[in-house]
Design a protein around this ligand. Structure first.
Ligand SMILES: [Zn+2]
Ligand SMILES: [Zn+2]
Length: 292
C-alpha cells in the first residue's frame, strides 16, 4: 500500500507529461501537415512508411533525454555554485534579459555545432547519430527520429556552455526560463527545418537556418558532413563547413542499413555490424595530412 502511494504521484506526472505531449503533437500536425501540403518539395503521403516509429520516437525523445540531462546539469551547477571567475557571472547577470537570451541562443548553437560535428567525426558517436540520418525522405516528423543517447549528447553539448558562462542557473527543480525558451523555440524550429517544404527565406538564409540549409545536412552525395548548426548558419561559415547552393539535395540518407523498427533503431549502435567509420573521419584525416 505504501509503495502504491509512492508510485501514484509519479504515474500521475507521467500521464500528465504524455497528455501535454499529445496536445503539442496535435498543434504540430495542425501547423506542418497543411504547410507540407501547400508547399510540398517532394510528393509524400501523410501516412508514409515508418510514421508509427517516428511517432514513438516523438514521445520517447520528448521525455527521456530531458530526464537524463537533469543529473549532469545538476552536477555542473553544484560545481559552479558560488564561483564568479573574474566577475564574469555577476557582469552577465546584470545584462538585459533580451541580450542574455540572444547570447544563450548563440552559445547553445556553438556548443551544439561542435557536439553535432563530433557525432559525424567519431565512429562511436556516429553509431547513435546514424539513426537520425537513416531517413531517406525528409519531413517535419523525421526531426524526432534520433537515438536518445544522441539527443542527450548533442543537447548537453549545447547547454553546458550556456550554464558555464552564467547565462542560465539551476534553481531547485525548476528549469531555467532562458533554457526553457531556447529549448522550446529550438525544438519548434528544428521541426520546420526538416519539413518537406520548398519555402525559401531569401537573404535571411544566411542569418537563420532553413529547410534548404538542413536538408543539405542530410544529403547522401559528396557534399555530406556540412551545415551542423541548428539555428545560425554563420557558425558553419566561420568554421568552414557551410554549404548553401540554390538547388536542393539530390538524395538523402546514409550508405549503411538501419533497421526500420523502433527496437532495431534503438539497438543499432550495439550491433557489431553497424557502420564503424564515421563519414567525416576520412575527410578530416585527409585535411590534416594536407595541412601538415
Ligand atoms: Zn548530423
Ligand atoms: Zn536532421
Amino acid at each position: 500500500m505504501t509503495a502504491l502511494l509512492q508510485v501514484a504521484p509519479l504515474a500521475l506526472k507521467f500521464a500528465g507529461d504524455v497528455g501535454r505531449l499529445a496536445v503539442w503533437l496535435v498543434l504540430l500536425v495542425a501547423i506542418f501537415v497543411p504547410l507540407e501540403r501547400l508547399f510540398a518539395l517532394h510528393p509524400e503521403k501523410i501516412w508514409r512508411k515508418q510514421v508509427g516509429v517516428d511517432l514513438a520516437w516523438y514521445f520517447i525523445n520528448s521525455l527521456l533525454p530531458a530526464a537524463l540531462i537533469a543529473l549532469p546539469i545538476a552536477v555542473l551547477a553544484r560545481l559552479l555554485n558560488g564561483l564568479d571567475p573574474f566577475g564574469i557571472y555577476s557582469a552577465i547577470a546584470a545584462w538585459p534579459l533580451g541580450l542574455k537570451m540572444i547570447a544563450a541562443f548563440f552559445v547553445n548553437d556553438v556548443g551544439t555545432y561542435w557536439g553535432h560535428r563530433a557525432t559525424h567525426r567519431f565512429p562511436f558517436l556516429w553509431r547513435f547519430h546514424a539513426v537520425h540520418h537513416s531517413a531517406e525522405h525528409l519531413d517535419w516528423l523525421v526531426n524526432t527520429r534520433a537515438h536518445p543517447f544522441d539527443m542527450v549528447f548533442t543537447r548537453l553539448s549545447g547547454l553546458a556552455p550556456v550554464y558555464l558562462l552564467g547565462l542560465a542557473q539551476v534553481t531547485g527543480n525548476r528549469i531555467d526560463p532562458t533554457v526553457a525558451t531556447v529549448t522550446v523555440i529550438g525544438t519548434i524550429w528544428s521541426f520546420f527545418i526538416h519539413a518537406n517544404v520548398r519555402i525559401r527565406l531569401g537573404p535571411l538564409e544566411w542569418l537563420i537556418s532553413t529547410p534548404l540549409f538542413h536538408h543539405w545536412h542530410h544529403t547522401n552525395d559528396e557534399n555530406r558532413d556540412r551545415n551542423f548548426a541548428a539555428i545560425f548558419p554563420i557558425i558553419d561559415w566561420i568554421f568552414g563547413t557551410s554549404w548553401l547552393p540554390k538547388h536542393w539535395p539530390p538524395l538523402y540518407g546514409i550508405d549503411s542499413e538501419i533497421a526500420p523498427t523502433l527496437t532495431g533503431q534503438f539497438l543499432n549502435p550495439l550491433k557489431p555490424s553497424a557502420k564503424l567509420v564515421a563519414p567525416q573521419a576520412g575527410e578530416m584525416d585527409t585535411e590534416l595530412k594536407i595541412s601538415q
